[in-house]
Design a protein around this ligand. Structure first.
Ligand SMILES: Cc1cc2nc3c(=O)[nH]c(=O)nc-3n(C[C@H](O)[C@H](O)[C@H](O)COP(=O)(O)O)c2cc1C
Length: 195
C-alpha cells in the first residue's frame, strides 16, 4: 500500500470492509468496542458497526448496559476491527455521541419483529435468574404488542467520530505496514508507523 494513494481514511476503511465482506465467514462489520469509566477502568466487547460516514462509526445498543453507562459518563471510545481472512486490522478512536432519534427509530423498525422484541425485553448486562424467565418475558411482551413494537427509550444508536484511524496489514517477516491518520482542524494527516 502506498501511503500517498489514500488521503481519505474513510474511503480506505470502506474498501477494506468491502474486501472483508467477500472473505469473512460472518459479521465482517464486527468490531471490539473499548470504553472506560471516568476513573479509567477499561472494558471491551464486540459490537456490529452498522454505519460509517462523516458522522462517525455507528452501532446500536442498550443505554443502560455497562457500555452505555460508561459512554454516558465518559463519551470516548475505541473500536478495533480484525479481519482474519485478510490479515488486517483497523483501529478507530474518538468521541461518541448519541444518534438522532429519527435515525434510531428507522433502524429499530427495519429489524425483524423478533429482534425488536428481544431488544425491548432485554435488560442488557443486568442479572437474569434463568433462560425461562427471559423467554416468559418475551412471550408476555409479544402478547402485549401484537402489531407494532415501540422502540424502548433505552435502546440507542451511538456514533464514534474518529480523530485517529490506524490501518495495519500483515507483511513478510513481521515487517507489517501501519498507516496512522489523525485529524486536526477538519484535515486528515497521514504517517507511517514502525510495525
Ligand atoms: C459478533 C458480536 C456482535 C455483537 N454486536 C452487538 C451490538 O451490535 N450491540 C450490542 O448491544 N451487543 C452486541 N454484542 C454483544 C456484546 O458483545 C455484549 O455482550 C453486550 O452488548 C453487553 O456488553 P456490556 O455489558 O459491556 O454493555 C455482540 C456480540 C458479538 C459476539
Amino acid at each position: 500500500m502506498n501511503d500517498l494513494q489514500h488521503e481519505d481514511p474513510l474511503a480506505l476503511f470502506h474498501q477494506w470492509l468491502k474486501d472483508a465482506e467477500s472473505s469473512e465467514p460472518n459479521d465482517p462489520n464486527a468490531a471490539a468496542l473499548a470504553t472506560a469509566t471516568p476513573t479509567g477502568e477499561p472494558s471491551v466487547r464486540m459490537i456490529l458497526m452498522k454505519r460509517a460516514d462523516e458522522r462517525g462509526f455507528c452501532f446500536f445498543t442498550n443505554a443502560e448496559s455497562r457500555k452505555g453507562m460508561d459512554l454516558e459518563a465518559n463519551p470516548r471510545a475505541a473500536l478495533c476491527f480484525h479481519w482474519k481472512t485478510r490479515r488486517r486490522q483497523v483501529r478507530v478512536e474518538g468521541a461518541v455521541t448519541v444518534m438522532e432519534a429519527a435515525d434510531v427509530d428507522a433502524y429499530f423498525h427495519s429489524r425483524s419483529r423478533k429482534s425488536q422484541i428481544g431488544a425491548a425485553v432485554s435488560r442488557q448486562s443486568r442479572p437474569l435468574a434463568s433462560r425461562e424467565q427471559l423467554e416468559a418475558q418475551v412471550q408476555e411482551f409479544a402478547e402485549q404488542h401484537p402489531t407494532d413494537v415501540p422502540r424502548p427509550p433505552f435502546w440507542l444508536g451511538y456514533c464514534l467520530e474518529a480523530h485517529r484511524i490506524e490501518f495495519w496489514m500483515d507483511g513478510p517477516d513481521r515487517l507489517h505496514d501501519r498507516f496512522l491518520f489523525t485529524r486536526s482542524n477538519g484535515q486528515w494527516d497521514q504517517i507511517r508507523l514502525y510495525p
